[in-house]
Design a protein around this ligand. Structure first.
Ligand code: NAD
Ligand code: LMR
Length: 353
C-alpha cells in the first residue's frame, strides 16, 4: 500500500514519476476497471491516458458517441500501446438510442466511472447555460451506471456540476442506490488555488493544499486560504484578488481559448488526481480530496468539503473547519448561489428521473 500512496502523491506532482512499473508488479496490482465517458473529447483523451497509466488499473473503457471527433476505438488503439498493464477498449454509442441499451460491456465490472461527456462553455456563457443539454447526457450515462456498475464511484466532471450532481444523486436515491456514489469533481479548483498561491508566495505547489469548498461555479467556489499553512501567510489585502482569480480560473481559460473550448489539460490532470485518489482508497489506502457530494455539513443538501475515500468510495465527509471573518462572509455568499443551483438539479430530478 505504501507504494500506492507514493504513486498517488508523485503522480500529481512530478512528470518523472510516470516511469513504467516493474514487470513483476503488472499482474499482481492491476485490479480496477475504469470508464471514461466522453473519452474521445478534449478532457476525455488525456484523462483516459492518465488513468491508463495507473498501475492498479487493469482495464479502461473509452466511451463516446459515434460522431465523436476521433473514434473511441482509435483512442483505445493508440493508448493500448502504452507500456502499462491496462487494456484499453473503445465503445461508440448512438446518442439516439438510450445509453442503458448500449453500455453493458463498457460498464460492467467498473470500479470508477469518470464523466466528462458533454458540451463545454464558450466565452460569455455561464456553466448554468449548459444545463439543458448536459443534464440529459449525464442522465443517460448515470442510468447505465445504476444498472451495470451500481457500486462504482461515479465522478461527474460535466458542467454545471452544482446542478447535475444533485439531479444524478437523486436518480440513484430513487433507484434505491447510494447517492454518495455520485461525486462532483471539483479538484481543478484546488489545483488552481495551489498554483496561484505558489506563484504569489514563491513556494513549491507540492507543499500547498488549499481546501476549496462550496461548489464549482463563480462565487460558490470558495478557497479556504486560512487553512493551508503557506496560503495563511498571505496578507489579508491580497486575499480577495486571489479568491476571485480562483473563482474565475475556468473563465480565464475559456476566454484564452476564444470559443474553442474550456480547460481540458488541467482538467484531465485534476480528474486523474481525483481518480487516482479514489482508486487508492478502494485499494485500502484512505485518501482525502475535496469533492461535491450529498452532505450535511451545512444546511444545504449538497456541498463540497474534504471527503475521505476508502474501500467503498466516500467514507467520511469532513466538516468545514474554522473560517476567518472574510471566509464566513464568503460562505454565506457561496451558499446563497449554491442553493439556487442545487434546487435546479432537484427540480430536474423530480420531473425527469
Ligand atoms: P469536448 O466537447 O471536448 O468533449 C466532450 C465529449 O463528450 C465529446 O467527445 C463528445 O462527443 C462527448 N459526448 C457528447 N455526448 C455524449 C454522450 N451522450 N455520451 C458520451 N459522450 C458524449 O468537451 P470537454 O472540454 O472535454 O468538456 C467536457 C465537459 O466537462 C463540459 O461540460 C465542461 O464544461 C466540463 N468541465 C468541467 C470541469 C470541472 O472542473 N468539473 C472542468 C473543465 C470542463
Ligand atoms: C473550469 O473550471 O475550467 C470548468 O468548469 C470549465 C468552465 O466552463 O469553466
Amino acid at each position: 500500500m505504501a507504494s500506492l500512496r507514493v504513486l498517488g502523491r508523485t503522480f500529481h506532482r512530478a512528470a518523472g514519476s510516470f516511469a513504467r512499473p516493474a514487470a513483476a508488479a503488472f499482474s499482481s496490482s492491476a485490479q480496477f476497471k475504469v470508464c471514461i465517458n466522453g473519452g474521445a473529447g478534449g478532457i476525455g483523451q488525456p484523462l483516459t491516458m492518465l488513468m491508463a497509466m495507473n498501475e492498479t488499473v487493469k482495464e479502461v473503457s473509452v466511451q463516446d458517441v459515434t460522431m465523436a471527433a476521433v473514434p473511441p476505438s482509435g483512442v483505445a488503439a493508440d493508448l493500448g500501446h502504452l507500456e502499462f498493464p491496462s487494456k484499453v477498449v473503445g465503445y461508440a454509442t448512438d446518442p439516439s438510442v438510450p445509453a442503458v441499451e448500449q453500455l453493458e460491456a463498457c460498464l460492467t465490472g467498473c470500479n470508477l466511472v469518470l464523466i466528462p461527456a458533454g458540451m463545454p462553455r464558450k466565452p460569455g456563457m455561464t456553466r448554468d447555460d449548459l444545463f439543458n443539454v448536459n443534464a440529459g447526457i449525464a442522465k443517460g450515462v448515470v442510468e447505465a451506471c445504476a444498472k451495470f456498475c451500481p457500486d462504482a464511484v461515479v465522478g461527474l466532471i460535466v458542467n454545471p456540476v452544482n446542478s447535475i450532481v444533485p439531479a444524478m444523486a437523486e436518480l440513484y436515491k430513487k433507484k434505491g442506490l447510494d447517492p454518495l456514489k455520485i461525486v462532483g469533481v471539483t479538484t481543478l479548483d484546488i489545483v488552481r488555488a495551489n498554483k496561484f498561491v505558489a506563484e504569489i508566495t514563491g513556494k513549491s505547489p507540492k507543499d500547498i493544499e488549499v481546501p476549496v469548498i462550496g461548489g464549482h461555479a463563480g462565487v460558490t467556489i470558495m478557497p479556504v486560504f486560512s487553512q493551508d499553512p503557506i496560503s495563511a501567510t498571505i496578507s489579508a489585502d491580497k486575499i480577495p484578488a486571489l479568491d476571485k482569480r480562483t473563482q474565475d480560473g475556468g473563465t480565464e481559460v475559456v476566454e484564452a481559448k476564444a470559443g474553442k473550448g474550456s480547460a481540458t489539460l488541467s482538467m484531465a490532470y485534476s480528474g486523474a488526481r481525483f481518480g487516482n485518489k479514489v482508486l487508492a482508497g478502494l485499494a485500502g489506502t484512505p485518501t482525502d480530496e475535496c469533492a461535491y457530494v450529498a452532505s450535511s455539513v451545512t444546511e444545504l443538501p449538497y456541498f463540497s468539503s474534504k471527503v475521505t475515500f476508502g474501500k467503498t468510495g466516500v467514507e467520511k465527509i469532513h466538516d468545514i473547519g474554522t473560517l476567518n471573518s472574510y471566509e464566513q462572509g464568503r460562505l454565506k455568499e457561496a451558499m446563497d448561489q449554491l442553493k439556487t443551483e442545487i434546487d435546479k438539479g432537484l427540480d430536474y430530478a423530480k420531473s425527469n428521473c
